[in-house]
Design a protein around this ligand. Structure first.
Ligand code: FAD
Length: 119
């Protein structure tokens, strides 16, 4: 069995990777339904996050920084800001959000037809 801290870090890395990748695939010009789906998803992600102390902590961060769901750029920027808030509380260095767009590649070569292309 993994130690608690190792397991918590593994869960965190996987969760952040999933979250940033999801945000980087959110439509550049979402419909109102897309935006409300993302907002609901993010609140449920926080509520159901498996590490209880992390979920409570992240809930306070989300209260201060409400999810930005109006565009892909806004959503990606929000994800970077809230991750930096968690980094700061854990004594980690600040990540440069200028590069967050290039970092998360879903590995899916289906960008053109599904409305989720990077362009
Ligand atoms: P991580 O923070 O997991 O980051 C992984 C990679 O993402 C980094 O190596 C870097 O390449 C990239 N990255 C870093 N910052 C950003 C950014 N701002 N934007 C985009 N990409 C970035 N752990 C606790 O101990 N206590 C908590 O309260 C806690 N709360 C958490 C809440 C949430 C919602 C999540 C998802 C995780 C939480 N964690 C918490 C886990 C913690 O954030 C880290 O995931 C864990 O400590 C492992 O850290 P890491 O140094 O490997 O990098």
């Amino acid at each position: 069995k993994l130690g608690n801290e190792t397991a918590k870090a593994l869960l965190g890395r996987a969760s952040w990777h999933h979250l940033h990748t999801l945000l980087s695939r959110f439509p550049a010009a979402p419909t109102p339904a897309d935006s409300s789906a993302l907002r609901a998803y993010l609140h449920l992600f926080q509520r159901l996050y498996p590490c209880g102390e992390c979920a409570a902590h992240f809930g306070a961060i989300m209260a201060e920084f409400p999810p930005q769901v109006g565009s892909r750029n806004a959503a990606v920027g929000w994800g970077c800001v809230v991750h930096n808030e968690v980094n700061r509380s854990l004594g980690k260095g600040e990540y440069d959000c200028a590069h967050v767009d290039e970092e998360y590649d879903c590995g899916c070569a289906d960008g053109e037809a599904d409305g989720k292309s990077k362009e």
